[in-house]
Structures are given as C-alpha cells and as structure tokens.
Design a protein around this ligand. Structure first.
Ligand SMILES: *[C@@H]1O[C@H](CO)[C@@H](O)[C@H](O)[C@H]1NC(C)=O
Ligand SMILES: *[C@@H]1O[C@H](CO)[C@@H](O)[C@H](O)[C@H]1NC(C)=O
Length: 377
C-alpha cells in the first residue's frame, strides 16, 4: 500500500470518526450511510441487545408481575402548544416533562414521540417491531427517560434503565383516527428536514390503544444511531388503526431533504430492520394458556349460557308471580268459605315448603302447582 492510499484511508477513517463524534454524520436508512453501515460510525449499533426485534409469540414468556402501563398527565396539555419537528429521519412532537409513565419500577418522564412508516404498496413494511414476522403499516414511539435516577434525557440515555419507550403498532383501516389527526393534519407545515412549527396541544392518550394491560416487554436499544442499549421496551399487543388516507399522507408528504436542497428526497421507509434477539427473552404481560384466555367459541358459549339462564329465571319469576296472584285472588273470592284441608296435604309434606303452602291454600290441585317441582331444580 503506497503512502497516498494510506493517507486517503486515514483521512476517511478520521473524517467518519469526527463526523460521528459531532453527531453531524448524516445517517440514512438506505444508501451510503444506510443501516448496514451504522455500526461503522456508531459502535453501539452492533451491540447484542439492539432494537427493533421480531416478536415470536410462541417464544415469549408470561410474566405475571408485568402490571398495566399507566400514562401520567398524558391528557393535560394545559392548552400549551407542542413543537412539531421534521428531523429528516422522522416527524417528532416534543412532550412536556410533566407527562410521564407509571407501571415500571421507576417513574419516567416523557420526552418526545415520533413515527416510523413505509412507502405504501403491499410488500412494504413500515413498523419497526414485527409480530411473528409480520410488519404493521407504521409504528408510534413515545420516549421517556428515568427521571427518578437521572436529571435529564441526555444523562439518562447512556445509563442502565435510562429510557422507556412505548411502541404502538399502527394498521390502516377505513375510519379516520381523530387522535392521530392532531399530528397528521399539520404535517404540511414541516415538509422539509429541520423545519418545525407549533401545533395545538392535544390529549396524547388518544394515540394509545385501549388495552394498556397487554404488552410485550424486553431490553433493547434506540432504533436509530447512536443505538444506545438502555431502553426498556413496551410493545402493546393491541394495534391502533388510522385511515388509509391518513397513512398515505404520512407516507408521502414529508421530505428527508432540507428546504434549500435541490434534490428533494421523500421521507419514507424510515424503519430499521429487526435485529437478532441473541440471548434475550421477550416477556408478555398476559397469559395465553388454555383456560385463562377464552377463545371466541368459548365466549359465544358463555354468552348463550347466560342468556338461557336469564330467560329461565324470568320464566320462573313470572310463574311465581302468576301463582301468588291467582292464589290471592282465589283467597279473596273464597275467604268466606271454610275450605276443608285435603288429604293430599300429607303427600305434599315431603316436597318444598313453597309448594306445601300452595297446596294448603289451594285445595284443588291446579296445573300450575303440578308444574312447580319441575321448574324448580
Ligand atoms: C444533563 O445533566 C447532566 C448531569 O447533571 C449535565 O451535565 C448536563 O448539562 C445536563 N444536560 C442538559 C441538556 O440539561
Ligand atoms: C433487563 O435487564 C435487567 C438486567 O440488566 C434484568 O434484571 C431485567 O429482568 C431485564 N428485563 C427484561 C424484560 O428482560
């Protein structure tokens, strides 16, 4: 190797090192500094606990200690605007520090939320996490830092248990999701990278699935450089739906290029491929053992059973009321008559008390009284 090529090599290495240190290196999802090159510039990206991952549901382990996630103050925007930013890699909403997350061993404070998506088309993914190998159309991440142990997010980012991220898988459907419209309707204000604008505050919990008790939990990393491996991940089992029109807007309206750049690049496919799980275990907060979780067939059977039970009870009550009514009207009509106690009384003794009374007050054994023992068990 001659001096000149050695020099070029050294220059290249130094340049990349300096760029990475400055955080100025413009990494991308594909191309020259695409995801397969990230680890050359950001060594943590080659770590053994990277995110996202594919959740193989048959290999997940039920952990009964995983309690429901509790968003804190998510709905208290106090009519303060949020900042919407096109970072060139994603669209991000900064969150106020009073919003937080409970349900973990420490209290976490909210930092920001952002989205990952694809580029449309049937073969394309969009979500970062996949479930049994299947992608969703998009994914929302709500980032929090451990405010019990650390003073701010930059300090927490490199420390054990520093961050907690909620992952929400997004599917396209027919109905407009009003929660997501609080972001999507303003995307046109930040079309180019590094543009930001204020948007009206809104209820962040409107972006969450209804069921916050079922989720997957594992130890992972930031899904973008510098890929620090300090993230407690929570990926909800329930997916949220946005309309196809909302998804289309998300996929096509933003640029990853700055406003002054001549070559406009659409901000698309900003999701990282799933990473090896290595020795990690993905836990789940819910059990799918037979008997604990009901299949739809079992639910149907229970519903039918309950309905039949209710109808049966109604029939019995109606019968009893009918009996009482006819008994009392008979009593009124025949109150003057001294009815002789019939012989049948002795036979009825071994039967229920109620019937016993009926027989006493009604010497003539009617059809209803005969029916009574049949309906009682
Ligand atoms: C975060 O906290 C660390 C440690 O206390 C401090 O040195 C740093 O300046 C803080 N950073 C910001 C952005 O506040
Ligand atoms: C994450 O790692 C810590 C130890 O570093 C461990 O105690 C904890 O159980 C792990 N959590 C999960 C969900 O694997």
């Amino acid at each position: 190797m001659d001096c000149w090529s050695l020099f070029i090599l050294l220059f290249y290495v130094c340049f990349n090192w300096i760029a990475a240190q400055d955080g100025e290196l413009r990494w991308t999802y594909s191309g020259l500094v695409g995801q397969s090159q990230w680890s050359e510039h950001f060594p943590d990206c080659a770590g053994s606990s990277q995110s996202p991952v594919d959740v193989v549901t048959s290999l997940t382990k039920y952990d009964p200690s995983l309690t429901p996630m509790t968003p804190l103050g998510y709905s208290q925007h106090n009519h303060q605007p949020f900042t919407l930013l096109n970072s060139g890699h994603t669209v991000m909403v900064s969150l106020p520090g009073w919003m937080g997350l409970g349900g973990l061993p420490w209290l976490f404070s909210a930092v920001q939320l952002h989205l990952h998506w694809g580029s449309g088309g049937p073969s394309h993914g969009g979500s970062e996490h996949t479930i049994d190998g299947l992608s969703s159309e998009a994914e929302l991440h709500i980032v929090h830092y451990n405010s019990e142990l650390f003073p701010n997010v930059s300090a927490a980012m490199r420390q054990k248990n520093g961050l907690a991220v909620l992952g929400i898988l997004i599917e396209a459907g027919d109905e407009t999701n009003p929660g997501f419209n609080n972001i999507i309707r303003y995307l046109s204000r930040v079309r180019h990278a590094e543009q930001e604008d204020l948007i009206p505050g809104f209820d962040i919990s409107s972006l969450l699935p209804k069921d916050l008790s079922r989720y997957y939990r594992y130890n992972g990393s930031l899904t973008t450089p510098p890929c620090y491996q300090e993230v407690i991940w929570t990926v909800f089992y329930e997916k949220v739906k946005i309309s196809k029109a909302q998804l289309f807007k998300l996929e096509t309206i933003l640029y990853s290029s700055k406003v002054e750049e001549m070559d406009r690049m659409l901000l698309q496919d900003n999701y990282r491929n799933t990473q090896p799980l290595n020795k990690r275990v993905i836990y789940k907060s819910f059990s799918t053992e037979p008997g604990k979780e009901l299949s739809s067939g079992e639910v149907t059977a229970i519903v039918i059973g309950v309905i039949c039970g209710c109808v049966g009870v109604a029939v019995i009550i109606r019968f009893i009321i009918k009996t009482i009514r006819s008994t009392s009207s008979w009593d009124l009509l025949h109150s003057q008559r001294t009815a002789p106690t019939p012989r049948e009384n002795d036979v009825g003794k071994s039967k229920s008390k109620k019937q016993d009374m009926d027989v006493k007050s009604r010497p003539e054994t009617t059809e209803e009284v005969v029916l009574s023992p049949e309906t009682e068990p």
